[in-house]
Design a protein around this ligand. Structure first.
Ligand code: GTP
Ligand code: MG
Length: 194
């Protein structure tokens, strides 16, 4: 799979506003500010395709990106962002749930977590949902460029323990800065496209 052209299709909050098409969708779920939008930019080789920000809460609706004629990346709002009112959190939660439970095009989810820290309770809740839904999921621990080589195994063990991952769970470290893990992400996504 060689990605030539990625196009922002639309932003949607409500189910009725999702684009209609017949390609598979790969969604990105993860805590606010973890690096979901940056991962999209890295994979599609475009620095500013998906909006990123050093402040949490940048992606507040569901954003659909068409990647050639292969698939769509679906950038979901981040969860677990403390500094927004409860009503807004509830709204984002409903948006994510509605998408994950109802979207027929959805084939697989990349669950993005922070390689520097133990996964949060929200990460665990999201991961358990995906498992219950039998959703093919790749766990991506990003920002690995910020972790010392000597700490990697320790971080992997923390992640395994919190999320109860086994050696068979699809997992990769990733960095949007260095491109580490990009090949593994591409390989995983390739399974879901024709
Ligand atoms: P929301 O849209 O707010 O949910 O955030 P997001 O998950 O889309 O995160 P985003 O991609 O906007 O990245 C948040 C911040 O982390 C930005 O300052 C990025 O530059 C930084 N960042 C993302 N990925 C990496 C990475 O792999 N390494 C490093 N060092 N920084 C990263
Ligand atoms: Mg974002």
């Amino acid at each position: 799979m060689k990605i030539n052209n990625t196009e922002f299709i639309r932003s949607a909050a409500k189910f009725e506003d999702y684009p209609r098409h017949h390609l598979p969708e790969i969604a990105l779920a993860g805590r606010s500010n973890v690096g979901k939008s940056s991962l999209i930019n890295n994979i599609v080789n475009r620095r500013k395709m998906a909006f990123t920000s050093s402040k949490p809460g940048k992606t507040q609706t569901i954003n659909f990106y068409k990647v050639d004629n292969y698939f769509y990346f679906v950038d979901l709002p981040g969860y677990g962002f403390a500094r927004v009112p409860q009503e807004v959190k509830d709204e984002w939660g409903r948006m994510i749930e509605t998408y994950l439970f109802n979207r027929r095009n959805l084939e697989s989810v990349l669950l993005i977590i922070d390689a520097r820290h133990k996964p949060t309770d929200d990460d665990l809740m999201m991961y358990n949902w995906l498992v219950e839904m039998n959703m093919p999921t790749l766990v991506v621990a990003t920002k690995i460029d910020k972790v010392k080589n000597s700490q990697r195994n320790k971080q992997k063990r923390l992640i395994n323990k919190k999320l109860s991952l086994t050696e068979f769970t699809p997992f990769t470290f990733f960095s949007a800065e260095t491109g580490e893990g990009k090949g593994r992400v591409m390989e995983f996504i390739s399974q879901f496209i024709d």
